[in-house]
Design a protein around this ligand. Structure first.
Ligand code: GAL
Length: 446
């Protein structure tokens, strides 16, 4: 239903026969942001002087887990850009709800194993892409598309390496999230007399959480109904405590999970968990971010898709951010992109979709809404937000470490064991069990 209305809307923009006022009104009803509409109108104007839109027809089924208040409009911005170039294609949004993609990835596996792929699906590069999809024979290489769209020059080599196997590429990266954010509600924090500078030590963070507890305010909002959240919170805490080299060594299997230094981090993580909301297991990541937005909690540690929620809810000015305490100088990579399936039902449409995802225009429209930064380095970002400028500077200067909670750093099996161990720890806070679950999972990998 929504797709039909969206298709009609795009056709009307492209026809040039409707007033801007009318278009903006209808866009609001469709949940499209002003940024996305402006990009579309500009696209229509440019197309007047350029070759006609494609004559592709049929449908395009896009599979993702982007359904939260911030994620959904960002995905719509990609659809808008695609439809501007391919107005006769019907876009089918096959998103499966569930932050971090746990539920979506399970549904996708069933579909892939039943030879029923969508036309493209969302994946993270690194181990998730290669182990789960490329080695399993589910992806076509898109090496020629990388060349034709200028991606080899525009995307940093380190990211290209993460989407490549044996010299071929398998995913078009659309945005780069920073996983180790600590977000806070400015007025709640100020109200408790806490001053936050450019960074915080873990001791300062604990002291702030104690102050908030004394004032009867939830310190850290956590939504562990999404399986990735306890794991991501722990990876940020561990990165802040041990630094990027030890972090990488642990996930690479070069350091032991049950050594005393790691157990000490687990102990301090357990102390941190004394300051989270008691209903955490009933809330999603987006619910927990909403707690902080609405002033029902002070802090939230989350990747910068949280910033997408601030944009969607128009609260950017009320929120502050720093790196998770101790992790300043590191950028936890959570990259999103799209694949070309073996046996895509509409392969030409799928290729057109990947061209959209890899384009300067689409990345320029998508990332301001999503909270990520463009994977292409040639996207003009002058108009991007202050947060985006901060993240772009961090990406250029900091140690880049792949996220394990989002499947970039480890095998899919280790990721799931990491989820299970961290979820159990939120309840039992048993350091010995946590350390041995992770050590056992690492031993299977060795
Ligand atoms: C990540 C994904 C992000 C965001 C987040 C929460 O895995 O890379 O784009 O969607 O999950 O759902």
């Amino acid at each position: 239903m929504k797709s039909e209305a969206m298709n009609q809307f795009v056709a009307d923009v492209m026809s040039g026969g409707h007033s801007r006022r009318d278009l903006f009104k209808r866009a609001a009803a469709l949940g499209l942001s002003a940024t996305a509409v402006t990009a579309l109108i500009q696209r229509a104007a440019a197309q007047d002087a350029s070759p006609a839109a494609s004559d592709l027809t049929g449908s395009l089924e896009i599979f993702s887990w982007w359904t939260s208040p911030g994620e959904a409009p960002a995905l719509e911005a990609l659809f808008t850009d695609f439809l501007a170039a391919n107005p006769a294609v019907e876009v089918v949004n096959a998103a499966v709800a569930g932050g971090g993609g746990g539920p979506a990835q399970a549904v996708l596996q069933t579909r892939l194993q039943g030879d029923n792929p969508p036309d493209s699906w969302q994946s993270h590069p690194g181990r998730e892409l290669i182990d789960q999809y490329v080695d399993a024979g589910f992806c076509e290489p898109i090496t020629e598309l990388f060349a034709s769209e200028g991606l080899n020059e525009a995307v940093p080599q380190g990211l290209i390496d993460q989407v490549s196997k044996d010299g071929a590429q398998y995913l078009v990266p659309v945005g780069v999230h920073r996983g180790n954010g600590l977000w806070y509600n400015k007025s709640v924090v100020e109200g408790a007399g806490i001053t936050i500078g450019d960074s915080m030590t873990q001791e300062e963070f604990m002291a702030a959480l104690q102050t908030l507890q004394a004032a009867d305010v939830v310190g850290l909002a956590v939504g562990s109904a999404d399986g990735f959240v306890p794991a991501q919170t722990f990876e940020n805490h561990m990165l802040g405590a041990l630094g990027p080299d030890k972090y990488s060594a642990l996930f690479n299997g070069e350091a032991a999970w049950d050594d005393q230094e790691v157990k000490d981090v687990m102990t301090s993580f357990g102390e941190l968990l004394n300051f989270i909301n008691s209903d955490n297991s009933a809330l999603t990541w987006s619910d927990a971010t909403a707690m902080t937005i609405e002033g029902r909690a002070a802090f939230n540690t989350m990747g910068d898709w949280a910033y997408g929620e601030f944009v969607a809810k128009d609260v950017v000015d009320q929120m502050g951010w720093i790196s998770y305490p101790g992790s300043q100088g590191s950028f936890v990579l959570v990259v999103d992109g799209f694949t070309l399936p073996v046996g895509a039902p509409n392969p030409e449409n799928a290729m057109a979709w990947l061209r959209t995802c890899g384009s300067v225009a689409a990345q320029g429209a998508f990332n301001p809404l999503k909270g990520s930064i463009p994977a292409r380095t040639d996207v003009p970002t002058d108009g991007f937000s202050e947060y985006h400028q901060w993240s772009i500077a961090s990406f250029a200067a900091d140690a880049l470490v792949p996220s394990a909670a989002h499947g970039l750093a480890t095998s899919p099996a280790f990721k799931l064991a990491f989820y299970d161990a961290a979820i159990a720890f939120v309840t039992d806070k048993d350091v010995e069990i946590f350390a041995s679950m992770l050590a056992d999972a690492a031993a299977v990998e060795a």
